[in-house]
Design a protein around this ligand. Structure first.
Ligand SMILES: C[S@@+](CC[C@H](N)C(=O)[O-])C[C@H]1O[C@@H](n2cnc3c(N)ncnc32)[C@H](O)[C@@H]1O
Length: 250
C-alpha cells in the first residue's frame, strides 16, 4: 500500500517542488529587475556615513542654520534660485537637509506633486516626518525606477559632487531620461571659483579631507556629461563663482 502511495505521490511532490522553485526564481528575477531595496553604494558607506546614513548623523546635521553655515550663508539664496524654476510634477533626486523639499511642495500647484528619491532609508524616514505629503521612494539615482518622461522638472541639489564620476554620469542620464522633452533638469552644486577667491583653498582642503570626488567635479564642466540632444539653457554662478545653478533641457 505504501509503495503504491509513493508511486502516485512522488511525481506530484516533484512537480509541486519544481513549480515552487520556478515561482521563487521569478520573484527573485522580478525583484532584481525592480530593485525593491537597493543597497547603499560603497562610496556612501565609505565616505559619507558621518553625514547621511545614520540617525545620529541626521539628528546632528538637519538644522537649517548648520546647512546655511556649510554653504557660507548661501542656503536661502541657492534654494530660491532653484525654486523659481520649478514647475509641474517635480522629482527631487536625493534628500537635502533643511526646508527645501517643504518649500518645493508648498510652491507646486495642487494638481502637481513632489516626489523625492534617496538611497538611505534613514533620510526618507526623516523627510516623511518633516513633510508627510511628499511621495518618497528608496532608489539609487544612477538607476531610477520611473518610466521615461515621467516628470516636468528634476532637481539635483548638491548631489553630483558627492558621487564618483561614473555614478555622476549615470545620475545625469537618468535625470534626463525621466524628465519629459521640453522639461528641465535643475542642478545646483559647486563651481570652481577663480584662483583669487578667498575660500577656494579652504574648500579645496575640505574636499580633500571629506569629499573625495568633489575636486574632480570642479574640474569637469557639466556640459561634458551631456549626451543626445540635451542642452544647457541657463547657467548662473553665485558667491563669486563658488556655486552654480545649471538648467538642462532635453
Ligand atoms: C543631496 S546630497 C547632499 C545635500 C546637502 N549636503 C544637504 O543635505 O543639504 C545628500 C543625499 O544624497 C543621497 N544619495 C547619495 N548617493 C545617492 C544615490 N546614488 N542615490 C540616491 N540618493 C543618494 C544621500 O543618502 C543623502 O541623503
Amino acid at each position: 500500500m505504501d509503495l503504491v502511495a509513493l508511486f502516485f505521490c512522488a511525481p506530484i511532490y516533484c512537480f509541486r517542488s519544481m513549480a515552487f522553485q520556478a515561482y521563487l526564481f521569478r520573484v527573485t528575477a522580478m525583484n532584481q529587475a525592480f530593485d525593491p531595496k537597493p543597497p547603499l553604494p560603497d562610496y556612501l558607506t565609505d565616505y559619507y556615513q558621518w553625514a547621511y546614513t545614520t540617525s545620529r548623523a541626521v539628528k546632528f546635521w538637519d538644522r537649517p542654520w548648520l546647512v546655511n553655515l556649510i554653504l557660507w550663508g548661501n542656503y536661502r539664496r541657492l534654494s530660491n534660485a532653484a525654486l523659481q524654476h520649478i514647475e509641474g510634477n517635480c522629482l527631487q533626486i536625493a534628500a537635502v537637509y533643511g526646508d527645501l523639499s517643504k518649500r518645493i511642495s508648498e510652491k507646486l500647484a495642487p494638481n502637481h506633486s513632489l516626489t523625492v528619491v534617496d538611497i538611505a532609508p534613514v533620510q526618507l524616514a526623516n523627510l516623511a516626518r518633516k513633510c508627510p505629503h511628499i511621495n518618497l521612494h528608496c532608489q539609487n539615482s544612477s538607476r531610477l525606477q520611473f518610466a521615461d518622461d515621467s516628470f516636468d522638472t528634476s532637481l539635483l541639489f548638491f548631489l553630483l559632487h558627492e558621487q564618483p564620476a561614473d555614478v555622476r554620469q549615470k545620475t545625469i542620464s537618468e535625470a534626463l531620461r525621466v524628465t519629459h522633452p521640453g522639461g528641465k533638469v535643475i542642478i545646483v552644486d559647486y563651481h570652481k571659483p577663480k584662483w583669487w577667491h578667498p575660500l577656494r583653498w579652504v574648500m579645496a582642503g575640505a574636499f580633500k579631507w571629506l569629499e573625495p570626488f568633489a575636486g574632480e567635479f570642479w574640474d569637469r564642466p557639466l556640459a561634458r556629461h551631456l549626451t543626445n540632444n540635451a542642452k544647457i539653457k541657463v547657467q548662473e554662478t553665485f558667491f563669486s563663482e563658488l556655486y552654480e545653478l545649471t538648467i538642462i533641457e532635453n
